[in-house]
Design a protein around this ligand. Structure first.
Ligand SMILES: [Zn+2]
Length: 829
């Protein structure tokens, strides 16, 4: 997340624009720009901590104006941020934000990379970030990326100190500096050399200083340049491209307006050689850097000068000749890079459209996959289709492609029983506290997995062989959206989904659990529940047939053991048989699908397991109304406690309806995202005054402090947060009902919290408020705004920045007991 000043308050309003992985199309102008880029051999790597930290305008400028190879290394995937779109948190949010970054990069033209660092949430110092991530581990990832990418110039977004605002930010700057030095040192991380990288010394390391209003780190002694130009080949300025790119961060509500006009960027030298005229001072960005290759420069200039915008195919002969010349150069980084670029340019100039697609979204293990291969050459270039390669299939062809004639065929392929499922590579192994575990060095840094299946089309263009790889995608036509492309995923034949991730037992002798077993094939299965620590499971077996596309529900009862408060539940399958007699055993996986219109469908797998927790919580009252906010899993937790939870929409918020509830709770950031709540102020205040308890979970400060009325008495929402999940909690009002009835709250209730204590705390409290809890992070003053309560009429108003939305879904006992007390706040006489 960037500085708070940059967080504009945004109404959630997205135009319905179908995400597409539709094949990119290239106009003559696009191709011309790519040919120009063939003459530029320079590269820039931008380094920061999160998706959305990057300076998209600068990336667009480097990539589309200077034509450098441009990369953004985001140390984390933004797992710990907030989610304005839905209830996904943690790794699921990281999956969404990974795709948002890739969507941004498709617009600004830069490449995307990540380290293994996990975004564990806000922290205040780089020391804490580096300790949780594993300093050496993440440093090795940054060094690895520098050695692979070989940037001439490295640029950080942040300084290494407190001015960076977030511990992850300053840590990203520290790591970039250390890696700048270590990448060039053959004694550092020498184990990487066996994977084909070599030491790399970048020319300089710069800090791209900024003026975010509240913090201005720019200065007149710094190098500055104007990047606000316009690119006539694209019909856009870099401020316009940047806005489109940045507006992809929809989960963060970072839509921004396009900017036109001059725009100065400032750079301060951190390490390496100084500069006078430009960022690339002292770097040869011409073909001379690969030896005696002046003739290549001249050839490209000739192609550019003769380029016919109406007939790009006229350049094919010269481009193929150029391909032959570059191939003869000694092997090296730029040779490979430029051959790749040139291959695509030849394909585009020759008007070749090639794709492989399926009408299935899923390739089911042990089943089959239907693939269509399609080629059309749309101009008169002389092209033969020589071969199509696909796993276990190699078609030799020798078809001269006729102009604008469709060439296609389809084939059915078996999917191996042990074909790896499409699990994002960083989630294959369990997450450590602060980092992902990835054992294959070659995967580190990659934004995502390669496609599950790829087809290679081999063409002969003027007797030169050109091979291009295409992912097999799922393609279908939606009556509203039109043609849609989504990733093709490998999935298991049978999956299981438990109705809760945490089952809480508060004194009951047993509790019902439900599992859905879904099959993608006709199968005979034998599914069992298992629990650790001598917890018992009654019933809950599926032993029989299940047909493709169907789901069976299994009901079971858990009985806690007398001597263990916790248990782990999982689902196993003894045998899976299909009609062909295939037999395999597998731990059952829970398939999760995340769908938003601005990014491709995301599919990943979790183990089909749940936490079982015995929590000693006394619950009073039984009926709760819940007004969903930006998305959280608090309602499910309330149901676990035995409450009857009704989700309330705008029309439900009236006097008649509300009076049935013991408490009304608003979901996280409800007042930020539900504009209708403004007009419900009077109804909600009457509800409290008549004896109800209104519990408002945290909201962001901007909206609340400016206009929206939420509470009976004034207070402000601050940006104060307590990020240490173990920060000591001080009981300031020991007799307050919230800490005593019906559950006696003590220090034990603040044990085992995750990620943080509180966020967006209340401040400037009116004298009617009671603040029973105090807490603070190290070296910060105590704050009492994490929980405030005001009696109003017969009922009570509560605002809380305590992160119930994180703790309840994790089964944190104290959070359950405290929430039960807030719901049970007694009526005033
Ligand atoms: Zn950030």
């Amino acid at each position: 997340m960037l500085m708070k000043k940059m967080l504009f308050f945004l109404v959630m309003f997205f135009s319905i624009k179908t995400f597409s992985q539709s094949p990119a199309t290239y106009s003559s102008a696009d191709i011309y720009l790519q040919i120009k880029k063939m003459n530029v051999l320079g590269s820039v790597l931008y380094i920061a901590a999160h998706p959305d930290d990057e300076n998209t305008r600068l990336l667009a400028y480097f990539s589309k104006d200077k034509l450098y190879r441009t990369g953004y290394l985001s140390l984390t995937r933004g797992d710990g941020g907030q989610n304005l779109l839905g209830d996904e948190q943690g790794v699921e949010l990281g999956l969404i934000r990974t795709q948002e970054l890739l969507a941004a990069r498709r617009i600004d033209g830069a490449e995307q990379f990540f380290s293994r660092a996990y975004d564990f949430g806000f922290c205040k110092t780089p020391e804490e970030a580096l300790e949780k991530w594993g300093h050496e581990k993440i440093l090795s990832d940054v060094v690895w990326m520098i050695r692979k990418f070989q940037p001439d110039v490295i640029i950080t977004r942040f300084p290494p100190d407190g001015r960076a605002g977030h511990g992850h930010h300053s840590a990203s700057s520290i790591l970039a500096h250390e890696a700048f030095i270590a990448a060039a040192d053959s004694t550092k991380f020498p184990e990487q050399f066996k994977y084909g990288v070599k030491v790399w010394q970048a020319k300089r390391l710069l800090w791209n200083t900024y003026n975010f209003g509240s913090i201005n780190t720019t200065g007149n002694d710094q190098f500055k340049m104007d990047i606000g130009g316009f690119n006539p080949l694209l019909g856009k300025g870099y401020g316009e491209i940047a806005a489109e790119s940045r507006s992809q961060h929809k989960s963060q509500g970072f839509g921004v307006p396009a900017q036109r006009g001059e725009s100065e960027e400032y750079f301060s030298l951190t390490a390496g050689d100084g500069m006078k005229n430009g960022l690339m001072d002292g770097v040869d960005t011409t073909w001379e850097r690969v030896g005696d290759a002046k003739n290549i420069q001249a050839k490209i200039n000739t192609i550019l000068s003769q380029y016919n915008f109406e007939h790009p195919e006229n350049s094919v002969n010269d481009l193929v000749a150029l391909h032959k010349t570059i191939k003869q150069l000694p092997d090296g980084y730029w040779k490979n890079k430029k051959l790749d670029e040139l291959k695509n340019i030849i394909v585009e100039c020759a008007g070749i459209f090639a794709e492989a697609f399926s009408d299935q979204q899923y390739a089911v293990e042990g089943d089959s996959l239907h693939v269509n291969f399609f080629v059309n050459k749309r101009n008169d270039a002389d092209v033969y289709l020589k071969q199509i390669q696909f796993p276990s299939f190699d078609s030799s062809l020798s078809d001269r492609l006729a102009t604008n004639r469709d060439f296609s065929f389809s084939k059915i392929f078996p999917v191996a029983v042990d074909q790896p499922v499409s699990q994002p590579y960083w989630l294959v192994k369990p997450l450590q506290e602060g980092s992902f575990n990835v054992s294959d060095q070659m995967l580190i840094g990659k934004p995502q997995n390669d496609a599950a299946y790829e087809a290679t089309f081999i063409f002969t263009v003027n007797s030169e062989e050109i091979a291009i790889k295409k992912p097999v995608q799922y393609k279908y036509t939606d009556p509203v959206k039109g043609e849609v492309y989504e990733p093709l995923c490998v999935v298991p034949a049978v999956t299981a989904h438990l109705n809760q991730a945490v089952y809480v037992l508060d004194g009951q002798p047993e509790k019902e659990i439900n599992a859905e077993i879904s099959a993608q094939k006709d199968l005979a299965v034998n599914v069992n529940f298992n629990a650790t620590n001598n917890w018992k499971i009654n019933n809950g077996k599926l032993n029989g047939n299940i047909s493709a596309g169907s789901t069976e529900n299994i009901k079971a009862f858990i009985i806690p053991s007398t001597n263990a408060d916790e248990s782990q539940l999982d689902l196993t399958v003894d045998k899976i048989n299909d009609s062909k007699g295939l037999q395999y055993t597998a731990p059952l996986l829970d398939e999760r699908k995340i769908s938003y219109s601005h990014i491709p469908d995301i599919i990943y797998f979790k183990p089909a397991e749940a936490k079982l927790e015995k929590i000693n919580v006394i619950v009073k009252g039984n009926s709760i109304g819940y007004i969903a906010g930006a998305g959280d899993k608090v309602p499910q937790a309330l149901q676990q406690m035995g409450y009857d939870v009704k989700m309330l929409n705008e029309a439900d918020i009236n006097d008649e309806k509300l009076k049935q509830f013991n408490a009304v709770i608003t979901g996280v950031r409800a007042y930020d995202v539900d504009p209708f709540l403004s007009s419900k102020y009077e109804v909600l205040m009457r509800y409290i005054s008549n004896g109800g308890n209104l519990i408002v979970q945290y909201n962001r400060n901007q909206a609340i402090n400016n206009s929206i009325k939420m509470a009976p008495y004034p207070f402000s929402v601050s940006g104060t947060r307590v990020t240490n999940e173990n920060a000591e909690v001080h009981i300031l009002l020991p007799n307050n009902s919230a800490l005593n009835y019906p559950n006696k709250i003590g220090p034990k209730d603040f044990e085992n919290w995750i990620q943080e204590r509180s966020t967006y705390q209340a401040t400037k409290l009116d004298s009617h408020y009671l603040a029973p809890l105090g807490m603070h992070d190290a070296n910060e003053p105590e704050s009492n705004g994490s929980l405030i309560i005001a009696p109003y009429g017969k009922g009570n108003f509560v605002y809380t920045g305590l992160v119930f939305f994180r703790e309840l879904p994790e089964g944190v006992a104290g959070a359950y007991r405290l929430m039960a007390n807030l719901i049970a706040l007694p009526q005033n006489k």
